[in-house]
Each structure stands twice: as C-alpha cells, then as structure tokens.
Ligand binder design. Sequence first.
Ligand code: RIB
Length: 302
Amino acid sequence: MKLVVVGSANTDMVVKTKKMPIPGETVLGGDFCMNQGGKGANQAVCARKLGMDVGFYARLGRDIFGENALKYYKELGIDTQKIELIPTSPSGVALITVDEKGENSIVVASGANSAVLPLDVEYAKDYINEFDGLLVQFEIPLKSVTTAIEVAYQRGKFIVVNPAPAKEINDRYFKMMDVLIPNRGEARQLLGMAPDDDSKTPEELAHLLRDKGAKAVVITLGTEGSFVSSQEGDFHVDCVKVNVVDTTGAGDAYCAALTCGCLWGKTLKEACEFASLVSALKVTKMGAQSSPTMEEVEKAGL
Ligand code: RIB
C-alpha cells in the first residue's frame, strides 16, 4: 500500500517552559531545540516510520532549513520527487513552547508552505494516482487541500482529512472524505461554531459532520481518547496512558497511524486503537517527529 501526504513542512523552534507567558510577560524557559516539524511532514514521517510507502508533496524554502528537511525525508525513504525548494520564500517555521505537562502552543510562519498552489496540485494528478490513499491537513492554502481531495476522489483513492488548523470548507467536499479526523475545537469550527462553544457533545459533533457526508468521523479528545462515528457504528476509543513529555505532533501521529491502519485492512476500530498507541508513544519523547517505528510499536504491545 502507498500513501501520499499533501501538506506542510516546518522547522520547529522549541522551548520548554515551566509557565506559558501571558500577553506582555517574559518568562525564562529551558533549553532550546530545533526539530523537523510541520503537520504534513509529521504525518508523512510517522507513516514512513511505521513502514508505509510514502510520497510527500510539499514546498520548502531554498535555504538551510529546506535543504536539511529534504535530506532527512530522503534518508527515511520518503518519495520526495514532488517536493520543490522555492527560491523566493523562506522555509516554514513554527515557534513552539512546551509546558511542564507537555502541552504546547504554536505559532507558524508559513513561508514556502503558502507556495503549494492549487494548479500545481492539479498538475500532480498522475502522481497522486500512483498512491492508494491521500492524507491532508489544512496548513497549506485551503484551495490546494480541496484540489488534492478532488483529484484523489475522482480516482477512487482512500481519503483522510485532518482539518488542522481548522477553516470552514465547502460542504461538497465532505462526501469525498473516507475519514475526517478533527479535534473538538476543529469539529466545531467546521460546523461554523466558535472553537470554545461547548454546547454539543463529541457524539453530536460527529453526527453533524457525518450528516454533511463524511463517511467516518473521528473526534480526537486528548487524554479522553477519541469518539468515532462510522458505518461500523458509534464507539469510544480510550487513550493509552503514558508519561507525557511533549504532545507536539501527537495528533499528526494519530492521523498517520489511523490512515496506515485503514490502508492495511484494519477495521476502523482497530485502526483507532493502533493510532492511540502510536500517538501515545510519540508523546513520551520531545519533538514533533519522534513517532515510533513499527518495531517500537510491536514492542509496546500491539
Ligand atoms: O502539529 C504539530 C505541528 O504544528 C508542529 O510540528 C508545527 O510545525 C506545526 O505545524
């Protein structure tokens, strides 16, 4: 099975801090580290480390960050033929603070990610057609995301959508999604609600998104696990309890593992359980791309 990820690539600049600063405040944090990141890249890397054949469609700047990232993806065996280094934009960068509980806050300077253009994605239709599944997030221009979805849908591919960071999307695309994986806030925003409007339960949110046409909806709930509504029925999947070091990229690992699981023929429930374990193992280590290899997952017990 082969998976193409169309999405973002960033270099993450990370500081651990005892306390997140409030507006106007300066706090002294811990050591600085610089890691590979970006939701698209995190998902592509996670899927590859699990053993999937992965193609990554992205744009990087023609700078040291872009060159390092490209080299790293190649070393992992990701197909990078559709990654271009753009001379006119810097590589995407994310400024990340991680608190003592491992929770993060992130600001992204998109840079070259904004140069993933819809027309280029359209031109890549033959490339996308070489894969069995498509995994997208919303960290590149939305029109490029919807073009990728449309191209993959017309060719009968398995489509997984992680709407992060959330933006409202035309209703016509929901029916093209085999699995939609938002967190609670993203689910609300897809439904035109405020991200902190807690008037609906995860079950209600999932049903409303399925009513729009998504075949399966998986609402990720952090330490509360995930709520799933699909043709297999409604069910809840527990999260795997671990010692949390850094939650950055946990959602990305979850989406990648779930997509791999589905492509490898697992039921959605099995794929969600697999994804819970993979994302739990990710949060035990610093860095957005510290997701486990399949060997590590097997050792951990699935
Ligand atoms: O999902 C985590 C990712 O969000 C980070 O790696 C950062 O680059 C931002 O894209």
